[in-house]
Design a protein around this ligand. Structure first.
Ligand code: ADP
Ligand code: DP6
Length: 388
């Protein structure tokens, strides 16, 4: 029995202008544009193999070794769109193998915690869509595929590109203009680094999907965010990236994160994603910037307490040198020496960080999805694991 296979990796992205709010939950259309930095797959990546065979009797997704639900409306929307495009190709070219009607076996592994606020859904859905599109040999650009991935999880549409990526909200009712585009490749500003302080690897309280719906329905502040704050931040952010102006990039990143979390606090009942450890990370970044006499570090927080701190490679010492002495006992440091800084953190901030950070991830801007010949499905159609 022939088994058709295709494998891809896909990256995580962390927004610096946040997506928060849907204007159409069914098509997963956002209330506002957003912009993110794609992070290196050397550190965080999803690997997904899509396979099709007459031997399969149902669509199956194995995620990190365990069966995972494929029946959700969002996953089904992605599968339907991909199959429709393959069927159109087969209609045009009858010599193509008939894959559109075959069941799929999808096997995926994240090399980092799933559903822990580290954007696994973004990397996961981007890899899912890209692997099936490659299997089907669809002549679709990353922007075209972003329209499909968006329906799986909004932030996933930005993971189809490397570097600096915007998701244009669009205004059409059918969502055909709500897609991701590359603002600049990673090579434009390759010095961008990210230090992630993993505060809690536990599953989060309020999911992004439901949290943003509550915000849209109840927050007055949110109206101002989408009408004026985000459009201004998008312009400033794109300009700062074009100019490689870190101080401007950093200020917009921090202000946008603050604005997003303020709308969460303004949601009724309020939603709190940040905790005391997150707030200590904010104070630490402020202390680093004060000591440097300029802005060398920027914090941002998604729908969870983990801090993502952006900085330029040339300022590694100021940033890593402040956190490393406190957190050297946790996993994730790439080099253990040379990180010495004169920055003195307040005692309460230091002890809160020490007690609350469980792991760090050192990474930086990186490339988009990559096709690979590492397969998680054997030639016989059996699931494999990278550890087997
Ligand atoms: P996170 O903060 O990690 O993005 P979410 O709770 O928002 O967490 O999303 C986690 C969900 O994303 C998983 O339950 C699963 O449905 C989906 N997901 C994560 N990784 C993958 C993957 N590799 N392939 C397919 N879906 C994935
Ligand atoms: C705070 O993309 O997870 O990380 O579209 O409902 O799946 P759904 O939401 P999701 O929301 C991400 C929210 C965010 C900000 C961002 O990534 O832009």
């Amino acid at each position: 029995m022939v088994v058709y296979r295709s494998s891809t990796t896909a990256p995580v992205n962390i927004a610096v202008v946040k997506y928060w709010g849907k204007r159409d939950p069914k098509l997963n259309l956002p209330t506002n544009s957003s912009l993110s930095v794609t992070l290196s797959q050397d550190d965080l990546r999803t690997l997904t193999t899509a396979s099709a065979s007459e031997a399969y009797t149902e669509d199956v997704l194995l995620l990190n070794g365990a069966p995972s639900d494929l029946t959700g409306a969002r996953t089904q929307a992605c599968l339907r769109e991909l199959r429709t495009r393959r069927a159109a190709l087969e209609d045009k070219n009858p010599s193509l193998p008939k894959l559109a009607h075959l069941k799929l076996l999808l096997v995926s592994e994240n090399n980092f915690p799933t559903a822990a606020g580290l954007a696994s859904s973004a990397a996961g859905f981007a890899a899912f869509v890209r692997a099936i599109a490659d299997l089907y040999e669809l002549p679709a650009s990353p922007t075209e595929l972003s329209l499909i991935a968006r329906q799986g999880s909004g932030s996933a549409c930005r993971s189809l590109f490397g570097g600096y990526v915007a998701w244009r909200a669009g205004d059409k009712a059918d969502g055909l203009d709500s897609q991701a585009v590359e603002v600049a490749p990673a090579s434009h500003w390759p010095q961008m680094r990210a230090l992630i302080l993993v505060v809690s690897a536990a599953k989060k309280g309020v999911s992004s999907t439901s949290g943003m719906q509550q915000t849209v329905a109840t927050s007055g502040l949110f109206q101002q965010r989408i009408a004026t704050v985000v459009p201004a931040n998008m312009d400033l952010m794109e300009q700062s990236i074009a100019d490689r102006d870190f101080a401007k990039f950093a200020e917009v990143t921090m202000r946008d994160s603050n604005s997003f979390h303020a709308t969460c606090a303004d949601t009724y009942p309020p939603i709190f994603y940040m905790n005391d450890v997150s707030r200590a990370a904010i104070r630490a970044v402020e202390t680093i910037n004060q000591a440097a006499g300029k802005t060398v570090a920027a914090y941002t927080f998604d729908a969870g307490p983990n801090a993502v701190i952006y900085y330029l490679e040339e300022n590694s010492e100021a940033v890593l040198g402040t956190f490393y002495p406190l957190l050297q006992s946790v996993d994730g440091w790439k080099q253990s020496t040379n990180f010495k800084s004169t920055v003195q953190l307040d005692e309460t901030i230091s002890s809160t960080l020490k007690g609350g950070v469980s792991r760090v991830i050192m990474t930086g801007v990186g490339e988009g999805p990559q096709k690979t010949d590492v397969y998680l499905v054997s030639e016989e159609g059996k699931p494999l694991s990278t550890s087997s």
